[in-house]
Write a protein that binds this ligand. Sequence first.
Ligand SMILES: [Zn+2]
Length: 393
Amino acid sequence: MSTAIINIGDSHNGNQAGTPIVGDAIIANDGIIAWIGPSSDVHPDEHDIVIDARGITAVPGFIDSHFHSTFGDYTPRQQTVGFIESYLHGGTTRTISASEVHVPGRPRDVIGVKALAIAAERSFRDYRPGGVTVHAGSVVLEPGLTAEDFRELREAGVWLAKAGFGAFASPRDYVPVVQAARQAGLVVMFHSGGGSIPGSQEKISVDVLLEANPNVAGHINGGPTALSAEENSRIVSDGTDIALQLVQAGNLRSAIHIAELALKADAFPRVMIATDTPTGTGVIPLGMLRSMAELVSLGPLTPRQAIASSTGNVADVYGLSAGRLAVGAPADILLLDAPLGSTQPDALTALEFGDIPAVAAAITQGELRFTKSRNTPPAKRPVKARINRVLQQ
Ligand SMILES: [Zn+2]
């Protein structure tokens, strides 16, 4: 399966600076970006699909690092079928589970949380709803989990852990368990701020976060209840390398404040945009793009920083090869443009203005998934695709 994209206009390779790719064409073979160069070197007949980008912007697919998948393409939280595929129409090509905490009647004992994480991870290994890669199976940290349990989980393929929903007597009791999980090689996200769902415990303060030192401070702008301004300063300045996850379903004022602090402290690589959905806030297929537009138009991020925070920064924190337009990276690619009717000329200026860009095409694993998002407005310049072969799905 070979897919060529030609006549790309602006682009963002996923790195912190948002450097454009060298060339205006990309070829993906068998799901991987195989070549980047000039459109004049592409021979259309050699590829199964040729996409004419007509001068619009190419960026890596967005990685949502706070996503509540359960099993299948169904969320019990908002009783919605097909929600993952719907997020692809908002540019999310990859999701990272923030734990399967929405599974009704979820187990809370040690063997139960292990089994749930293993089952979830395996369920999505080859199952990609709509073409979205779902990194599932985030073990919910509960009292009693030991270093041996984490070793066993890691061996079974589980590499994500979530702190914040366990039956610990006090938030401080998480500290050794978070550390044991990290030592075993799991990437740990710690809930921050006030409780999010009925029955979840007292506030997770910045003192606990700093002591536990997780990889990711989950929804550091509130999930949905935020920390104080003083705590925001401390997690940015004292939080060494803890990633700062700014979510759509949080407190926008705090997200802007933390982004400002992070830029001032030279901590931009720690900034990640995510949705924290589906949750009580809803299913928000355009959540990544909404946060990007908000943090650019009302906050301090440049459009290129907003894209990096949704792609390469996330990949770096989680150790993924995705989130880049580079040879050898997974071919998860978006073509973005200003939405039809916008006062702005292209996707990046639309973000600056606060408009949601149009997702004009999504390619995941090298396969064209659509040429017109059903969730964003249409693109000013719709892309054209030429299909040379009957596709075997
Ligand atoms: Zn969450």
